[in-house]
Each structure stands twice: as structure tokens, then as C-alpha cells.
Design a protein around this ligand. Structure first.
Ligand SMILES: NC(=O)c1ccc[n+]([C@@H]2O[C@H](COP(=O)([O-])OP(=O)(O)OC[C@H]3O[C@@H](n4cnc5c(N)ncnc54)[C@H](O)[C@@H]3O)[C@@H](O)[C@H]2O)c1
Length: 402
């Protein structure tokens, strides 16, 4: 055991340590956002496997499923334990707290900390699914990874964030000594064909297909089974780097994969979620600025849609996946949870702010303080009611599962 005071150390959007008590509190706050309407037992047992369960949308889906819909499940993520020098990763602490929450709510959740791309992980996870859940009703695929080793070839692929076609530059938001600074033109390189292909290998649909196939081979799917993988479209402002870039090619592949799985008789869809501050998204140039401007626009009294948090979107997703509410699909068969973000008047207002943003007016147009606080919350800092001067136990055991 080792308790110590944990302070935010790092640069920009990257912190080296995470605060265990702060991360635990984040989980509790998310659960409180979607506490079940009755708190009672669900009418029938529903079971889910969530890949990418410790962070961002996968975490939100796990917590919303557990706390609002009484779903039992298995989560898979890739986190690091504490070392002599560093705390564990934030997702480690969030997973421990999610498991504690599940136990309190009388639900069965187990978490596997391993590389989701590996066949050995699939074997281990499916053994657990068979033992704990029997068959599953839902598979949520919410992985955001920088690289993937294909266990069948041994080859390792790296994903890149680059433009396709011609080079671009983007306005972007940086923090220098904690102060927000507008960068006028961060260059975006052009991806070559190999880089695009590698990004598709990492973030496209191949591994999702393998999970579905592995579940089918072991006869672990319930009759009403459905599966979703998360995708993003976003604004024209981030288009050159995101949707029209190398990552967009991977997202297009993921969306094609849903159609292929559906053609094979699997109820598979992608879910287009809205912009969120996550470890994966804050690393993308331009996204921090875009999200800060978007948040400011949606906070204005005269703009109709409200900001939809990941947990709100995840509750809406479960409503659709469980059949409680009808599916809200677009013409390409994708579930749309991002309509609030892409509403015409919202995008118009964000575009105007983006164009007029300068170093001098940045903090008037963009919610930069909110954004930086959200980034810090990803590591358990800036969380209400947490005493950051007190010692906190950093050696937290990986949950054994219930
Ligand atoms: N953040 C956004 O704005 C946004 C918007 C719409 C859709 N999405 C999509 O949601 C999905 C998740 O993204 P996020 O932003 O929530 O990411 P995130 O970084 O917050 O979470 C990624 C999760 O994947 C897990 N993971 C990473 N590599 C893994 C591996 N090899 N094996 C097992 N688990 C692994 C991590 O442990 C973590 O639980 C992505 O498909 C992303 O495109 C994100």
C-alpha cells in the first residue's frame, strides 16, 4: 500500500499521474447523472460486452448501462498499474470504482485489462463472458488506440492523424503554463497510402468483426443481439484533419463494416456520437479549440440544443439498443447521437467564432477554462469535493469482478 499526495504534473494536455480519489469521484458523478428511474431490478436480465470500457464513450456506456438500465457485463480496456514512480492510469482507477459501483448496485461486472486486438484476450474475455453472463445481448466497440498488432500476422500498424490529398493547417488551442493560447496555423501533413491503410487497420472495422466472429463461434450471442461501434463525423471545421483525413478513412471503414455485418445477418450499426473531451480527442490539433467554441455557443441562451454529455448520449444509446425507444438512424443506417452538435444554427455560430478567433478575443469566444478543467478531470484533477492536499492510496487493486 502506498498513500501519497498526488498533484498534476505534465505539460499541455498530458499529465503523468492520475488522482485515484478524483477518478473515483468522476465515476460516481457520471452514475449520478443517469441514476435508474426506479432503481429496481430490470424486467429481464440484459448483458453486454464493452470494449474500451475505462474511458470516454466506452466508460460512459458502461456506467449508463449499469446505473440506468441494470445491465450486467464484461468490460475490456488497456490500462497501466501504479509503479514506484507513477500512479496507475486514470482508467485503472475509474475501472476499480465502476466495479465497486456495480457491486453496490447488485450487478455483475468484470473487467479485463488486456490488449483487445489480441486473440488471447478474446479467448480470455469470452471464457469470462460464458462463465459470468452466459450469452450477451449487446457488444459495444469503443476503442481508440494509437497502434494495433495483428496477432495473426504479427504485424504492427500505427494510426496517424493526417490529411488526405493536400496539406492543410488548422487553428488550434494550446496551453502554455496553464494559459490558453490560440495557434493560428498548425500544419497538418498529408498521409501517404501506407499510412492511411495502417490507420484503417488500427481504427477501422477489422477487429470489431473479429470480436463478433469470436462470439458467434462460441455461440455466445443471445437471439436479440445487437452491436454498435462508435464513430464520429464532426464539423467542416475539423473535416480536413478528421472526417476527410486518415482517421476519417478508418471511420468510413468502420461504417462499411457495420453494413457488411448486417448483410451477414448481424444487427450491427455504428453510433455517431458528438464531440467530447476525452484522452483520444484532446490530442487532435484543432479539436480543443473547436470543442471550446462549441461549448460556448451551446451555453448561449438563444441557441436551442444543449450540450449533450457522453453519459447523456450513452443513456440515449441504451434506450435505442434495448428497444425502449425507436432507433434514430440516418440515411446511411447510423444511429445519430450528434444532432445537437451538427444542428445548422450551432455550426453556423461555431464557424463564425472560429473565423473571428484571435489571440486577444480567444477567451471571450471559447470556453477555454472549461476545456482545460475537463482535460484535468480526465486525470481526476479539478473534481469537486476532492481534497488534493490529502494523501490518497495510489496502489489500487484491479477489481476481481462480481
Ligand atoms: N471523443 C470524441 O469526441 C468522440 C466523438 C464521437 C465518437 N468517438 C469515438 O468513440 C470511441 C472511443 O473514443 P474515446 O474518445 O472515448 O477514447 P478514449 O481514449 O477516452 O478511450 C479509449 C478506450 O479504449 C481502450 N483501449 C485503447 N487501446 C486498447 C487496446 N489495445 N485494448 C483494449 N482497450 C484499449 C482504453 O483503455 C479506453 O478504455 C472511438 O471510436 C472514437 O472515435 C469519440
Amino acid at each position: 500500500m502506498s498513500a501519497r499526495v498526488v498533484k498534476p504534473v505534465g505539460r499541455g494536455f498530458l499529465f503523468l499521474d492520475s488522482h485515484p480519489a478524483g477518478c473515483a469521484r468522476v465515476v460516481r458523478d457520471m452514475a449520478a447523472e443517469v441514476a435508474g428511474p426506479t432503481g429496481g431490478e430490470p424486467a429481464e436480465r440484459r448483458t453486454a460486452l464493452v470494449i474500451g470500457s475505462s474511458s470516454g464513450y466506452g466508460l460512459a456506456t458502461t456506467i449508463a448501462g449499469l446505473a440506468r438500465y441494470g445491465i450486467d457485463g464484461v468490460g475490456v480496456c488497456f490500462e497501466k498499474a501504479a509503479t514506484a514512480r507513477r500512479t496507475a492510469t486514470a482508467g485503472w482507477y475509474r475501472t476499480a470504482e465502476t466495479a465497486a459501483l456495480a457491486a453496490e448496485l447488485g450487478r455483475s461486472w468484470s473487467f479485463v485489462n488486456a490488449d483487445a486486438f489480441a486473440d488471447t484476450t478474446k479467448d480470455e474475455v469470452l471464457d469470462l463472458v460464458a462463465a459470468k453472463l452466459g450469452r450477451i445481448d449487446h457488444l459495444i466497440y469503443s476503442v481508440a488506440a494509437p497502434r494495433r498488432t495483428d496477432p495473426r500476422t504479427g504485424e504492427t500498424y500505427q494510426s496517424v492523424l493526417k490529411a488526405i490529398g493536400s496539406p492543410h493547417s488548422t487553428k488550434s488551442l494550446a496551453f502554455e503554463d496553464g494559459e490558453p493560447v490560440l495557434q493560428e496555423a498548425v500544419p497538418i501533413e498529408v498521409a501517404n497510402d501506407d499510412e492511411i491503410a495502417q490507420t484503417v487497420k488500427v481504427m477501422g472495422g477489422e477487429d470489431w468483426t473479429r470480436w463478433v466472429a469470436a462470439l458467434q463461434e462460441r455461440d455466445l450471442l443471445n437471439s436479440g443481439f445487437n452491436t454498435v461501434a462508435l464513430t464520429y463525423i464532426g464539423s467542416e471545421l475539423t473535416g480536413p484533419l478528421y472526417r476527410q483525413g486518415s482517421i476519417g478513412a478508418a471511420k468510413a471503414d468502420l461504417e462499411q463494416t457495420a453494413l457488411k455485418l448486417a448483410a451477414d445477418g448481424v444487427t450491427a450499426m455504428t453510433s455517431v456520437n458528438g464531440a467530447a473531451v476525452t484522452q483520444a480527442s484532446s490530442a487532435i490539433p484543432g479539436i480543443g479549440l473547436y470543442v471550446s467554441l462549441l461549448h460556448n455557443v451551446l451555453g448561449a441562451a438563444d441557441v436551442a440544443p444543449d450540450w449533450q454529455t457522453p453519459i447523456e448520449q450513452s443513456a440515449a444509446l441504451w434506450g435505442q439498443l434495448t428497444g425502449a425507444v425507436p432507433l434514430d438512424l440516418d440515411e446511411a443506417g447510423r444511429i445519430r447521437l450528434d444532432r445537437w452538435e451538427l444542428a445548422h444554427e450551432v455550426q453556423e455560430a461555431v464557424r463564425a467564432s472560429w473565423q473571428s478567433a484571435t489571440r486577444d478575443n480567444l477567451t471571450k469566444l471559447a470556453d477555454t477554462d472549461w476545456f482545460f478543467a475537463e482535460v484535468r478531470r480526465l486525470y481526476g484533477f479539478d473534481v469537486q469535493d476532492v481534497d488534493y492536499d490529502a494523501e490518497t492510496e495510489v496502489d489500487v487493486a484491479w477489481p476481481t469482478g462480481v
